[in-house]
Design a protein around this ligand. Structure first.
Ligand code: ZN
Length: 159
């Protein structure tokens, strides 16, 4: 169930994805929100520098492990423009973080990559629930996913 507050956070994630695409990275943005609704951290994809593991959800999991108590992590929510990849799902679960809400799903991304003729991912596009079955998950949101699709089209055209 995605409410208006969730939606506002997801819109911010898509804005971050667009900003980091413009900075030469892949279009993914994520935020960590506390139980009280406070945004604790914003993170974006930073693979343009040459490290393909610089995903925002991975950065959030590491930041949370270093800066939040276990009970704070369990009640925090991660919002993201695109569903976590298996690496980030695992990091999220190892860090003991709570719910994930995404604007677009891994299945959608895989379909878009096929339509766009993009190179396939080197990692199997497993949904979060297959990697981290204990994590509550909500998404996608259709109109925001359409925005994310357009960002991936732009990213693919740039090559
Ligand atoms: Zn990832």
């Amino acid at each position: 169930m995605i409410d208006s507050r969730d939606r506002r956070h997801l819109e911010r994630c898509v804005d971050l994805a667009e900003e980091t695409l413009s900075a030469g990275n892949e279009p993914f943005g994520s935020i960590l929100v506390s139980q009280d609704g406070e945004t604790l951290l914003e993170a974006v994809n930073e693979v343009g520098g040459g490290d393909p593991t610089r995903h925002p959800e991975f950065a959030i999991a590491r930041w949370a492990a270093e800066n939040l108590a276990p009970e704070q992590r369990a009640k925090a929510v991660v919002y993201t423009s695109g569903e976590h990849c298996p690496m980030c799902s695992a990091a999220h679960a190892w860090a003991g973080l709570g719910r994930i809400v995404y604007a677009s799903s891994a299945a959608q991304l895989t379909a878009w990559q096929g339509e766009l003729g993009a190179a396939p991912s080197p990692v199997a596009p497993l949904p979060i629930r297959d990697v981290a079955p204990g994590v509550p998950v909500d998404g996608p949101v259709d109109d925001l996913a359409t925005r994310v699709r357009d960002l991936h089209r732009r990213s693919n055209e740039r090559g």
